[in-house]
Design a protein around this ligand. Sequence first.
Ligand code: FES
Length: 428
Amino acid sequence: MREKTILEMQKNHTVLNEQSFEPVILQRGYANRTLHIDLSKRSIEIRPVTERMKELWTGGKGFDLWLMFQEIDANTRWDSPENPLCMSSGPLGGVASFPGSGKTIVTSISPATESIMDSNVGGYFGPYLKFAGFDALVITGKSDTDVSVFIDATHGRISIEKTPDEAFDAHVVCEQFTEMYADSEDDKRNIAVVAAGSAADHVWIGVLNFSFYDWRRKVTRVKQAGRGGMGTVFRDKKLKALVIKNQDFTPAWTIVDQPFVDEFRIQPAATWKPLDPAEIEAIAAKWSNDPEYVIEMMQDIQDRERYISREAIDELNRITGVPKSRLYHIATFYGAFTLRPVGECVIQVCVGTACHVKGAARIIETFERELGISRGHTTEDGRFTLEAVACLGCCSLAPVVKINDEIIGNVKVSDVAGIIRKQRGEGR
Ligand code: FES
């Protein structure tokens, strides 16, 4: 028999309930509301987050536990309809500057242990849920037929739908829903799907798969919340898939107006000039405006601008369609990029443990005195930026200084003036 097309599958959906919702501006990492879906009643409800929740139950684990305790009692078993499946992202969720902030914490009473267990997983679901305006999702009840839940943050709509034709195998259903809800190839990266697969119908340790679209390889990939049988609970509720789509990547924290931030920010040198949009357009055109080459474009910008400015990120996003979240991810992941304006010569003085015991503090003080700037700053002429950094990975040479790409070991206080003179081209 001929397989159904994606369009035919979508036409065969039956909407059992739907609700609209408004976007919110995240405040200090919180959307201040949670989403509750009861599959027995087919209800969709948005509830506020209280200050007490944030004070006492901080983070994804904390929220999940607090939400669990609202639903269960001593008699709740893993397959009781009231056993919730909670998914949260903490206040740092989706902040690309922090490692691990893309995680989703999934919590439920485990079929394997009959106690509360949590499992954490990568992928995009947690951040997308946060950007959609929900700190957590709670799924209770059990459906009498296979259903999927669709959270469409681009149109502010949540629906519970009967989805009879999509596959059960997690990697296939993730691909099908990604294809179904994407408006274009680029739009696929705005979709994350959660699915358990058919094996979870038969075992107590079924995993839960979280998809993300790998735009470089052009495939939907999955990561697993593997602990505790979360996939088994998911399937026990007759959930086939949970789909989220979001195109707005709202900053979870807005810190630009905080005066204390200036103390930590490297100040631009007086001579620093950002690239104008036409120059960035020329760099992108050199790479045919192809999103595949966005890293190469960023390398060119870094070479010319000596950092990746906010304006450059905006322009690259406009020209290539690569989401800003992705561009910031690249800029913070690779050591070759910096988001801060720096001088032509970046002097990094290691203040790690080995270098510290060999006198790093006196060395950086001498650099500060010789250059007339404090650490974290750039000289007025834009020549030098001075930074204190953690271990540079060559402790046997301690104390260590790195000048652009060159490592200098066994540095003495009496060497500092000569090092600076050499960088100025004046010889040692
Ligand atoms: S502590 Fe300085 S290089 Fe390791």
